[in-house]
Write a protein that binds this ligand. Sequence first.
Ligand code: SF4
Ligand code: SF4
Length: 365
Amino acid sequence: MYYKQYGNTDIKASAVGMGTMRYSDDDINAGNLDKCADVVLYAHEKGINFFDSAPFYCQDKSEIITGMALSQLKRDSFYISSKVNLNTLDNKTSADDFRRRLETSLKRLKVDYLDFYYLWCMLDLESFKRQYELLYKHFEQAKSDGLIKNITVSSHMQGFDLEKVVDTGLFDGMLIGYNALNYRFRQAGIAAAADKGMGIVVMNPLGGGLIPSNPDTFSYLTEGTDLTVPQAALRFVASHKEITVTLAGCTTKEHVDDAVKAVENLVERPASEIYEEYENKGVALNNLCTGCAYCDSCPVDIDIPKYMDAYNAKILGQDMAGRIKNHWGLPISKSAECIQCGQCEDLCTQHLPIIERLAEISQLS
Ligand code: SF4
Ligand code: SF4
């Protein structure tokens, strides 16, 4: 396993970490939590020492499953994170509410402290400022009480906004979505964070499954390697000098093997060099929906992620109408019901022109 220094801390983190949001639904539904926990133990055996969890993942079982595995390991042999924000606190902001939420995560993860506790899922600067003002003091208290080691932030903001968060100097590290689809978007943010000595952890390195499901489009990532497209996509991210840990969501031990293989003999390069090399390859990737579903609360019940997935098909040279009707089983006509409230565009992590795309879709026959 290849290890990297986490920002200005003395933490040596594995270049790939395990995201614990993809435990098998079948195993969870059948009550086989042990089987899910085995994947964590296997990852640890293979040298992965960085595990990322959160409330609500996997039918709210992620922390519990992860804790079942971690309790079998020496505490100084792994790093574990969890997350909090106003949503997870039901908009309650007192010190006691915050502490109760943190203690629930600690209890479920079966640890006395978290290595990283995230101010979770900041979608824009306004929401960041509000949540910072209400919650940051509680993070500081928890840190001084020894319950968390590092205060970190997770964000879907784009480059320049991310820079402003980084400039506050309030965080030891950050978690962002970064992949071969959106890397142009996030250059400024990761460069600023690295300059500041922050650790950078990356989620969604496979672009919400879009990269593996379009192997021909993304085959350029594998050039000169013996890697599969998903492995190469992980390596693409992990090879950034600025990025500390690339999280792979592992359902099976084979997924762990893929992650481990992706960073074998890793060579780190500055983001600027990688950017230059890839700039002219692939398609206009920043325009693609990653399927994150953050936009999915439309007041007229348009299933936006599915329609935007179909628009991806158009960008990738495939049949958009067929994708909507045959793959998703949705009517084209639903897209015309958009009342242009703009809510989805405010929430979109890729900053896509959803209204315009729906209007275009509505013209299909
Ligand atoms: S802009 Fe249209 S698609 Fe987006 S949330 Fe509003 S009604 Fe729904
Ligand atoms: S449209 Fe935007 S927010 Fe919605 S799923 Fe796609 S990338 Fe995510």
